[in-house]
Design a protein around this ligand. Sequence first.
Ligand SMILES: [Zn+2]
Length: 463
Amino acid sequence: MRKTKSLGKWILVVMALSVALTGCTDSDNDNKESSNKQTLVIEHATVVDVRSGKLVSDQTITIADNRISHIGSSGDVKIPKDAQVKDAKGQYVIPGLWDMHVHLEDNYKEAFPLLLANGVTGIREMGAALPRIDEWNKSIQAGMTAPHLVYAGMTLNGGPADDAPHMRYLKTEEEAREAVRINAEKGASHIKVYSWLPRPLFLAVVDEAKKYGLPVVGHLPVEVRAEEAVQLGFKSIEHMHGLFIATSSIEDDIFKNADMSDLAGYSVAEIEASQHYDAQKADKLFREFKEKEVWPVPTLVTYFNMGKTEIDPRSKYVPTAVQERWAETIRAVPPEQTELVATINSLNPGMVKKLNDAGVPMLAGTDSGYELTNLIYGVSLHDELELLVKSGLTPLQALQTATLNPAKYFGREEETGSVEEGMQADLVLLDKNPLEDIRNTTSISGGYPGWEADGEADVGPGG
Ligand SMILES: [Zn+2]
């Protein structure tokens, strides 16, 4: 287990702590060592406008009650007498980052500080056992510093039950509706479905979720066509599952004949489909994504990191037992899986490029958790941004997948996702310009409270 450090050292970002997102348990994340009543002023900073990609230099940002109360040219702004002042000359301010696909499991005590240290001030949790949710909520309510958290509750799946504790294996429509109700009552902000949920149960889930005003997201179930899911209001498509099939000329044939009863079979079908790309079908589907606001969450980093044949050196940020488990898993990977993952990694960037060329906005997600090898809370989000750029997004577009786009997804553009007056003060200070090189999102600087360069390279994003 990693040694725990004082909270003050951990927090490398300014966070708006008091404003709850809809359906989230974003309770009092107040940092023990600072009063969030004190006005904080960041002066001489270059603000990165994530809407336009403009850099606005020499700005003074005033933060009061965890909100950006004012932004103006440094020469013009009067600094309140009792304010804590941080000189950010030469530095860049970006909005706090969202990782839109995270699994917290029971790792929250390690995950929260690591996420925050890496500038991730918000996470969308994508499936956990219900008692876990109680644990997170209790800890946050007791004062634990945490990113903004929205969660799914149990993942809704069908097929033969295995013992994944975060999954609910549904057999009947009644069970499906009940599971949605239970998640909703737990405070879920979205309902997550998984690949083997039978179509009739998927329809029941969608119908029940509508009653609670909750979007249905997740793995596109293998029995459901992307086209149908879009029409039903499916809101985010994780890992781009199903998109190769949906944009191929052999979709009918695959739905009739392919064995997609496990992930390997599904991947084989997707790989086969990728050889039969139908540009017209893709255009139509992507246009519908835009019209209906369906968000692909490519999670390129998931397969990319799983494909690494060695343990990532930055795994030193996870507990030793996890490192050992990961090393063991990597050693035991059968060659056919290595090949499958490599093929998927060779295809995924092309799909991201097609989506981006078609103007479909995306969300940054990682699948971080301890189950999959080499996916490290916080660290992986920066890898994802880099992979998105390598797939053809501009650095600005990549930055938007973790800031402005999540805000739009949540319908909270007025609250979060950009550095503007009136917004929650979720801010990250960078030493280098992220629009020049997306890797510069790892050049996170300063500590809060105190704002000294904190010298704890050990918890940084390794950049
Ligand atoms: Zn996941």
